[in-house]
Design a protein around this ligand. Structure first.
Ligand code: OAD
Length: 267
């Protein structure tokens, strides 16, 4: 399969595999691009990106929710409709396999994601979510988790559908919202601490399928670099990340599959 790639990419994958065969700590940061091959749109890709069609200011800020909770809730219910039947792709599966292999080699592979889908978990990975979870809800006012289902079975079509009626909190009457970090909100403290610790202590940092535009997550590669790590980026498109040492410029599905095969063969 390596032979089918461009000579440059093939050489770079082997270089990365050689580096990763050394059982030193690794930190992996994923973004929307890793789920693109599962059929979930990214945010900023030309034509298909969500923020090409919708304004983040109208849908992904606390101010937007206070101004028009119904609009925001129905947009997230629409996203749930879009995501609920999606399955992990080759990149999620390769990462999960690598985490399993690394346990046997006593290597630490910490996986951090900006994604709110659960495809890493479905593939069998241990993962820390920096931007929250699409499948969790809480009260916007008092923060109490809302555990009930927000989907129903449409018996006539035998399909799951996500109702866009607003739900109120049983404790304070506030509106229920998705447990997702919106622009202007802080990241969950524990998750951020895990990410910072992993980035600061790793020997190799791998950035997969992220535009590296949204901070603080985008700063993790710089933190790793300052502490002496080698930085690998997997992305078919260029990004503003200036600390990258090895660029694997192709889709994550193919690159991750080949990379893990190479690591497996070498160890
Ligand atoms: P973006 O949409 O900004 O970037 C997705 C990246 O994935 C782009 O650089 C693409 O080139 C790349 N990409 C596309 N297909 C790919 C593939 N098959 N394999 C590898 N890479 C591919 O998404 P994020 O960087 O994740 O925040 O965005 C960061 C945050 O901004 C998101 O978590 C979200 C958004 O607003 C919140 O919702 C809080």
């Amino acid at each position: 399969m390596l032979a089918e790639l461009s000579p440059k990419l093939s050489v770079e994958i082997q270089r990365a595999a050689k580096l990763l065969t050394n059982p030193a700590p690794v930190c992996v940061l994923t973004g929307a691009g890793i789920s693109a091959e599962s059929g979930i749109p990214t945010f900023r890709d030309k034509q298909t990106g969500l923020w090409q069609r919708y304004r983040a200011e109208d849908l992904a800020t606390p101010t937007a929710f206070v101004r028009d909770p119904k609009l925001v809730w129905s947009w997230y219910q629409w996203r749930r409709q879009l995501v609920h039947d999606k399955k992990p792709n080759a990149a999620h599966c390769a990462l999960a396999k690598w985490q399993q292999m690394s346990k046997a080699n006593h290597q630490s592979v910490t996986l951090i994601t900006q994604n709110v889908d659960d495809l890493h978990e479905q593939a069998g990975s241990m993962v820390t979510h920096l931007h929250g979870h699409l499948w969790r809800n809480r009260c916007h006012d008092c923060g109490t988790p809302f555990e009930n289902e927000v989907e129903a079975l449409n018996s006539s079509k035998d399909a799951i559908y996500f109702d866009d009626e607003l739900i109120t909190c049983q404790h304070c009457g506030g509106y229920i919202r998705p447990d997702i970090v919106w622009f202007g909100e802080s990241l969950p403290m524990q998750a951020w601490q895990t990410a910072e610790d992993a980035a600061a202590s790793c020997k190799v940092f791998i950035s997969i399928g992220t535009s590296s535009l949204v901070y603080p997550a985008a700063g993790l590669a710089q933190l790793a670099k300052q502490n002496g790590a080698t930085i690998i980026e997997i992305n078919p498109n260029p990004t503003p990340n200036t600390v990258v040492d090895i660029t694997l410029a192709a889709n994550a599905g193919i690159v991750m599959q080949l990379l893990i095969e190479q690591i497996d063969a070498r160890s």
